[in-house]
Ligand binder design. Sequence first.
Ligand code: FE
Length: 236
Amino acid sequence: MDPTRRGFLKAAVTAAGAAATTPDLAHAQDQDHGHDHQAVPSDLTLRVKALESLLVEKGLVDRAALDAVVDTYETKIGPRNGARVVARAWVDPAYKKRLLADPTAAIAELGYAGGQGEDMVVLENAPKVHNLVVCTLCSCYPWPVLGLPPVWYKSAPYRSRAVIDPRGVLREFGLELDGDVEVRVWDSTAEIRYLVLPERPAGSENMSEEALAALVTRDSMVGVKKVTLAREGARA
Ligand code: FE
């Protein structure tokens, strides 16, 4: 299968067309016959393709420009940027001071700036203070440092329960906080975007900045997890 986005969309439409016009019940009933079936693409994929085709046909958007935007968010912007900010703050006290005093400028020092990151606030975790970020209204998220928000961040249960029962939400992410740890919940707005500066894990004293950055997960920068020496897989 063509691994590019354009190829995927093309294949998706072809598969949907085939599924719609050639129902093959005998084939469907015989599931174990030695090859994988291509699943019919989701409604969302088909809608995207239809919308894109229409916009291109009307001359309103350029395919190359669309691909450039998608490529930017798929490969250039993401939580690895935020991880580099965190690791720099851990190893460079002067940088950490600037990061807390003027987050937007300090983050821009590392080259991360732009839409949805114009007014950043960095929240420092400490042994007795844990910060948790949510957008109760919708899905506001600091794109330049974390990329696009994960599905759970946009879900209604997370958005409501993060403020009603933050400790319960954290427990579901596997994070049990002691009773004397203060939990601060921060509600993002259209202007202000938050980045949690997690605690540097014990035992990481001799690690390089690069190795430290590799430990920092997206979830730890939203505040639903801590950073540990064994980096956990991110939750989709
Ligand atoms: Fe929002």
